[in-house]
Design a protein around this ligand. Structure first.
Ligand code: SF4
Length: 540
């Protein structure tokens, strides 16, 4: 649904999504290998708000991961509406400055301001929380007057818009073919209470759901755009936060895939206890879920208990990973270093876990305390929060010496993304995971455009990874292993992903990248348009 208010004025609304700081999980270094891609995934929150605005208000949408907002865009606008996460804080401030210089009224919403509104005193209006009564009050206020208020006004959602009333995100305002993957939200909220996570405080512990009809309508809208990405990521905080709902939506996805001859593949985020849900896993395999991001965080069971993430230990960890692999799901994993429970042995145990698990993609970050989390409260009580601006990689005063923690992070990155080890893990996936995926007719994907893009990617991978890189030998070993089993997609995919991971890890080792993805003082964005992108976040 759109905003139900009776509107008296017309407002030109410029929605701007800030650039991301580079991270492991975004593959930003590899976009050019694909030709057209410039950004990781469409920003669901801002697209939702854009669709909810009054129908009579013209809306423009700029994703600064793709193109910088022009002076003409600012001139066109009456109101500039920004949304972002903590990692985008420097870019959010920068947009506010440009909008103010252009004399525009500014509004900020999204996850970062909802967690820490005090970080953004320069905006005229703050929208705190999810879409709901605050959104209506903000719209009414903008309709009434465009004059910036003398003091910042905060609108905080008390009553959320129910998910079944969410409008179709404004996909018509963006070019899907510029994104590496598509995004889709089925549910919001997570029933767990991991100490470091702000999801329960921001989005609630009772997962709320869209209807199957909404999900199908969104898939149809994506499919209607030429050149849409072939992978769609369910951005839900935890896809199995409500297991019954996950079981019920999957048959709809399967039917849709069959009807359209399997044009898409899916990915999602879920807790590791997904491995206990045999029925859900079978359905996910049938629906073409190929990847699941799991916040494994640490292989240490005591550390999981301390961070209140015991649900990760519901099954022996390796057994759970193998189970997901048997259903054709490649696991990608979030890992946190700098935990209070870390000892001098933790680094060795993590490296052994990386090798043994065979997980190719791991986002390895230093612990960061986010506002509105139990971790933040505990560290504040203990006087262990470090103020922004200290120039450190984290806002947590670690129990172990800071230099040792950061040096350990560097050694773990170097270990994980040593090309020999990385491609060995990909080779492991060929038999452990990719061979277990369901064979489906490829007709839904056999468009002239897809074939042309596959040819571009194939050429670039062979040239830049297979011939010119210093890791061509381990690449070809893993790629031949896949090709000999008929897995052409897998051979190309591992070349693409490894190209980013190896380059990013080398930058990180040279000190050019952050050690904490969640930091609110991330490094400034790099040059446009090949901007840094968001990591697959380390939540579930
Ligand atoms: S870390 Fe994941 S499982 Fe834990 S509360 Fe956050 S979203 Fe839920």
């Amino acid at each position: 649904m759109r905003c139900p208010l009776a509107i008296a004025s017309q407002r030109h609304v410029l929605c701007i999504f800030p650039a991301y700081t580079p991270s492991f999980g975004t593959f930003s270094h590899a976009y050019w290998l694909l030709g057209r891609v410039r950004a990781f995934m469409p920003p669901q929150g801002l697209l939702l708000i854009a669709a909810y605005l009054p129908a009579s208000w013209p809306v423009r949408f700029i994703d600064e991961n793709i193109a910088r907002t022009s002076a003409a865009d600012f001139r066109w606008a009456d109101v500039v509406l920004v949304s972002g996460m903590h990692i985008q804080a420097p870019q959010i401030h920068d947009i506010a400055q440009r909008a103010k210089a252009a004399g525009k009224t500014t509004v900020l919403g999204g996850a970062s301001v909802s967690g820490a509104p005090e970080l953004y005193p320069e905006f005229d209006y703050l929208h705190i929380g999810e879409i709901g009564d605050a959104t209506d009050r903000l719209i009414a206020c903008l309709d009434d007057s465009l004059t910036p208020p003398p003091e910042q006004i905060r609108f905080e959602t008390k009553e959320r818009l129910p998910l079944p009333s969410f409008p179709l995100p404004a996909y018509d305002l963006i070019q899907l073919d510029r994104y590496l993957i598509g995004s889709l939200q089925f549910s919001s909220g997570c029933p767990y209470r991991c100490e470091f996570c702000d999801i329960p405080a921001l989005y609630g512990r009772q997962p709320r759901l869209k209807t199957p009809e909404q999900i199908i309508a969104e898939l149809d809208a994506m499919l209607a755009q030429p050149g849409h990405p072939s992978v769609v990521y369910f951005v839900d905080d935890n896809f199995i936060g409500n297991r019954k709902a996950a079981r019920e939506i999957l048959p709809h996805l399967i039917n849709w895939q069959r009807k359209h001859r399997y044009p898409l593949q899916f990915a999602c985020e879920a807790t590791l206890n997904l491995a206990k849900q045999g029925e859900v896993l079978s359905l996910m395999r049938e629906a073409q879920f190929l990847t699941v991001f799991v916040g494994i965080e640490t292989p240490d069971a005591d550390a999981l208990k301390a961070m209140r993430k015991e649900h990760n230990a519901a099954l022996p960890m390796m057994e759970a990973i193998r189970t997901l692999n048997r259903y054709g799901l490649e696991v990608t994993s979030g890992i946190i270093l700098g935990l209070d429970t870390d000892t001098s042995d933790s680094e060795g145990r993590l490296k052994a876990f990386i090798d043994l698990s065979g997980i190719p993609i791991l986002t390895i970050n230093l612990l960061q305390a986010l506002p509105r989390t139990p971790l933040w409260d505990r560290l504040k009580r203990d006087g262990r929060l470090i103020a922004d601006g200290a120039g450190l990689e984290s806002n947590v005063q670690f129990l172990r010496p800071y230099d040792e923690v950061v040096a350990g992070w560097r050694r773990c990155i170097a270990h994980a993304y040593d090309p020999e080890r990385l491609f060995a893990r990909f080779a492991h996936q060929v038999d452990a995971t990719y061979a277990n995926r369901m064979d489906v007719p490829a007709r839904g994907k056999l468009t002239a455009r897809n074939l042309r893009e596959a040819a571009v990617l194939g050429f670039n991978i062979v040239l830049w990874v297979g011939i010119l890189s210093d890791y061509r030998r381990p690449f070809w070993r893993a790629a031949w292993h896949a090709l000999s089993r008929g897995q052409i997609d897998a051979a190309l995919g591992m070349g693409l992903v490894a190209y980013h991971l190896i380059q990013f890890s080398r930058e990180a080792l040279r000190g050019e990248q952050n050690a904490s993805f969640y930091s609110t003082h991330g490094r400034p964005a790099m040059a446009y348009p090949l901007e840094g992108m968001p990591a697959l976040d380390s939540q579930p």
